[in-house]
Design a protein around this ligand. Structure first.
Ligand code: CA
Ligand code: CA
Length: 88
């Protein structure tokens, strides 16, 4: 019994450590519609329809730096950091 609680706790700690970067970021949560902690291309595309010159697929691929097909919280935080640095 205690062992089960302990392992559940360590899983929770591991998960929160891995997603610490942006798991609580409301922008990330808005895009992660199924709440699995990753933004998939369909999730991104649903919230970012193609408009004008901006191609959401190119933006998505740009943010997905390790090319696993998902934007994780660290990649999302890095994208926001780069975007904020561009501001004057
Ligand atoms: Ca998701
Ligand atoms: Ca990725």
């Amino acid at each position: 019994m205690n062992k089960m609680i302990l392992s559940a706790l360590s899983v929770a700690v591991l998960l929160s450590a891995g997603n610490a970067a942006a798991a609580t970021d409301p922008d990330f949560k808005r895009l992660d519609t199924n709440n699995d902690g990753l933004i998939s291309w369909p999730e991104y595309a649903a919230k970012n329809p193609k408009s004008g010159r901006l191609d959401p697929r190119r933006i998505f691929d740009n943010v997905d730096t390790n090319r696993d097909g998902y934007i994780d919280p660290a990649e999302f935080a890095e994208m926001k950091r780069r975007r904020d640095n561009r501001k004057p």
